[in-house]
Each structure stands twice: as structure tokens, then as C-alpha cells.
Design a protein around this ligand. Structure first.
Ligand SMILES: Nc1nc2c(ncn2[C@@H]2O[C@H](COP(=O)(O)OP(=O)(O)O)[C@@H](O)[C@H]2O)c(=O)[nH]1
Ligand SMILES: [Mg+2]
Length: 373
């Protein structure tokens, strides 16, 4: 079975393009005290008002469907998604957005589960966006993350959303920002965004969060962990995870070493001294201190104005990335461009045309199309 994260299950034997008709749904059971079970109309089409009211009321089923809508590539869905985002945007922005990166196996998901569970118990509403760069390869790690976040997924104040990476950004879901807005509008006040450190994705996640955390483990050298100096320079906090058992001593040494390194680097956030802590997602040691660091950071950057100015800057970046995406879409879906592209690609591949000339020709066709309207 494959889980399409709406709680709907697609049986293995269903034809690939068989449409939604083959989905079955697994519903959560009810306990004695909760409202009586009311069957929902299957696949009822939601109106814009339904989406808006559902999201703002914190209805998780509708939130999940709204995210699916936002992630959809269908033009009619995109129009609805923009309208929905426009409507809920005024209710968004009220969360602490924390990005968490590190190589696979560092313990990001386990740490998120430990932190998220603690925060829910403290009365927070926690949204976890688990961005999965390997879904196109094996599909394996989405399930891995989900099973590892079993405790957290039982918390009624947690919402866990694994998202496919969408390829281009190397590990960052294409619509993470939009998903964040929907979660905030639904009342989630902490957003934890997990991504695997595979190059560009850290930069992209940094550009959408307030606080950026790098999870490392001791023992393996930096080069073994595939962590480049550039990533360390983006981090507001470096957590040396798995500080437990025999590993405790090495973890403390790694933390001290990291603190020395950080001392010489440009701070990731002006006015904030990036620091290193040890933690164990397993024993939960250091998890409270980790959160306290996030709170200290918020206080510090609120006072300095850095918190607000970064968010404004991020909104402008977001605008540019939406413009780029829209232009790319318009370009490749342009009738003249798509008719001529294969021919020009061939000409370039055969060495009969310089790439720049082909580019100019396509851009001229594209511009002329818009000059006519
Ligand atoms: N000893 C120990 N093991 C841990 C800790 N955190 C995670 N692990 C284990 O490390 C493995 C990878 O964890 P996972 O959270 O999936 O890593 P991710 O790929 O970074 O998300 C799992 O087997 C975890 O049980 C920790 O603090 N201590
Ligand atoms: Mg993980």
C-alpha cells in the first residue's frame, strides 16, 4: 500500500493512472469521550470557504488536503491554492520556524520527535515538515521517518507532514513555504523542518526559517559527515547528537571543538553567537537546553530587530522565487516554445547551433507571444 498522506491508501494492485477511485481510507478510532463518529462524505469536493474555515479552525484533515492542493501541479489547483493562501496569509507568521539539517543517520528525526513531544506536552502546537530527498530513489525514508515519529504522531497537538522533495531543490519540498503558511494559519506555533544536508537544500531551508540547527555526531570527522564549512556558517546552533553511553566523552570533546571553530566564523545571524550543545535524542538529555537556546535566540533577535528584518528579507526572496517559478512555467508551456524546443535541442546536441543562439531564438518566440496580447 502506498500512503498519500491524506490518510488514504492506494492498494498495490490499483492501476497507476486509475484515479482516486481506488483509494481506501483509514480513519482513526474514537475513544469513549470524543464526539460520535460521523462519516464524512467520501472525496467531497471542498469549496474555497470550506478550505479557509477548516484551515483556520485547525482541522487537520482539511489542513492535509489544503497542503495537497498547494503541492498539486494542476493549473486549476494552483489557482485555488493561491486564493487560499491569500485568504489565510493574514493569520500566518506566528510560529517559531526551526530548520534542522544534517547527514542521514545523524538522528534528526529522532531528535525532532523528542523535542516535538516535549513541546506538545508544554502546550505548544507543533508542525513537522519532513522533507524527503530520497523519495524519488527508494521511497524508503518517508516510512522510516514516520515510524520513528510514532510517539509524536500520537500527540493531538502535533501534525507531521512528509513531503516529496520535488527534485530540483535537492531535498527541499517545492512548496515548503506555502505549507508553513497553512500550518501557521491552522494555529501551529512551532514549525520544525527537517532536511537532509545535500548541498543546496540547507541554503533554501535557511531562507525560510528563523533558526537553523545543524545536527552532527561525534567520532566521524567533518569530511566523513559530508558537512562543508559553508553549512556550519549557516547554523545558529550545532547539536552534537548521540551524546549517550560510551559516546558521551567523544561528544563533549566534539562540542568543545565546535565551539572553538564557531568562535572564528562569521555569525550566521548578526548579533547572535552561534554555539554548540550536546544532546541525546534517545535519553532526551540536552533537549530542554536545546529549546532554551531557541528561546534565547528569539529574545535576542527580537530585541535587535534581526528577527523581523530577516523575515521581511525572506518574504522578498520568496516573491522572487515565485516569479522565477511562474516564468519558467509560462516559458515551457508556451505553444511556440514547446513546438520548437525539440528541434532546437537537436540542433544544439548535433553541434549545428550554439546554445546561446538557440536560447535567443526561443526567448524571441516567447516574447513575441506576449507582445501580441
Ligand atoms: N544512541 C543514540 N542513537 C540515536 C540517537 N538519535 C538517533 N539515534 C539512532 O540513529 C539512527 C538514525 O536516526 P534518525 O533519527 O532516523 O536519523 P536522521 O536520518 O538524521 O533523521 C536511528 O537508529 C536512531 O535510533 C541518540 O541520541 N543516541
Ligand atoms: Mg530523518
Amino acid at each position: 500500500m502506498s500512503d498519500n498522506s491524506d490518510g488514504k491508501q492506494l492498494p498495490e494492485w490499483a492501476p497507476k493512472d486509475g484515479g482516486e477511485g481506488f483509494f481506501s481510507e483509514v480513519r482513526p478510532g474514537t475513544d469513549g469521550d470524543s464526539a460520535p463518529y460521523r462519516p464524512r462524505k467520501r472525496r467531497a469536493v471542498l469549496s474555497m470557504d470550506d478550505y479557509e474555515k477548516g484551515v483556520l479552525a485547525g482541522d487537520r484533515t482539511i489542513l492535509a488536503r489544503a497542503i495537497t492542493l498547494v503541492e498539486s501541479n494542476l493549473p486549476e489547483h494552483q489557482a485555488l491554492a493561491s486564493e487560499l493562501l491569500r485568504r489565510v496569509q493574514p493569520h500566518a507568521g506566528n510560529s517559531i520556524r526551526v530548520g534542522i539539517t544534517g547527514v542521514p543517520g545523524a538522528g534528526k528525526s529522532t531528535l525532532i520527535e523528542a523535542l516535538g513531544t516535549k513541546l506538545c506536552q508544554d502546550g505548544h502546537k507543533v508542525a513537522v515538515l519532513a522533507v524527503d530527498p530520497s523519495s524519488s530513489r527508494s521511497g524508503g525514508s518517508i516510512l522510516g521517518d514516520k515510524t520513528r515519529m510514532e510517539d509524536l504522531s500520537r500527540e493531538k497537538n502535533a501534525f507531521i507532514r512528509p513531503s516529496p522533495s520535488g527534485g530540483a531543490l535537492g531535498g527541499v519540498a517545492r512548496k515548503s513555504r506555502e505549507t508553513l503558511v497553512l500550518c501557521e494559519a491552522a494555529g501551529f506555533d512551532v514549525a520544525l523542518i527537517e532536511t537532509v544536508g545535500v548541498g543546496q537544500s540547507e541554503v533554501t531551508v535557511r531562507s525560510m526559517v528563523d533558526f537553523f540547527m545543524l545536527v552532527l555526531i561525534s567520532g566521524a570527522g567533518d569530511e566523513l559527515q559530508g558537512i562543508k564549512k559553508g553549512v556550519i556558517e549557516l547554523a545558529d546552533l550545532i547539536v552534537i547528537n548521540k551524546a549517550d553511553g560510551d559516546n558521551l566523552h567523544k561528544a563533549n570533546a566534539a562540542m568543545a571543538e565546535m565551539n572553538r571553530v564557531l568562535h572564528y566564523l562569521q555569525p550566521a545571524t548578526p548579533g547572535w553567537n552561534s554555539r554548540s550543545l550536546t544532546a541525546s535524542a534517545l535519553t532526551k538529555a540536552g533537549v530542554s537546553e536545546l529549546w532554551q537556546t531557541v528561546l534565547d535566540y528569539r529574545k535576542n533577535t527580537n530585541e535587535s530587530g534581526e528577527w523581523t528584518s530577516r523575515r521581511r528579507h525572506q518574504d522578498v526572496e520568496w516573491m522572487h522565487s515565485m516569479i522565477e517559478e511562474a516564468l519558467r512555467h509560462m516559458f515551457y508551456h508556451d505553444k511556440h516554445v514547446s513546438n520548437n524546443l525539440p528541434m532546437l535541442e537537436r540542433a544544439v546536441a548535433d553541434g549545428n547551433m550554439p546554445p546561446a543562439a538557440a536560447t535567443m531564438e526561443l526567448l524571441e518566440m516567447f516574447k513575441n507571444e506576449y507582445a501580441r496580447v
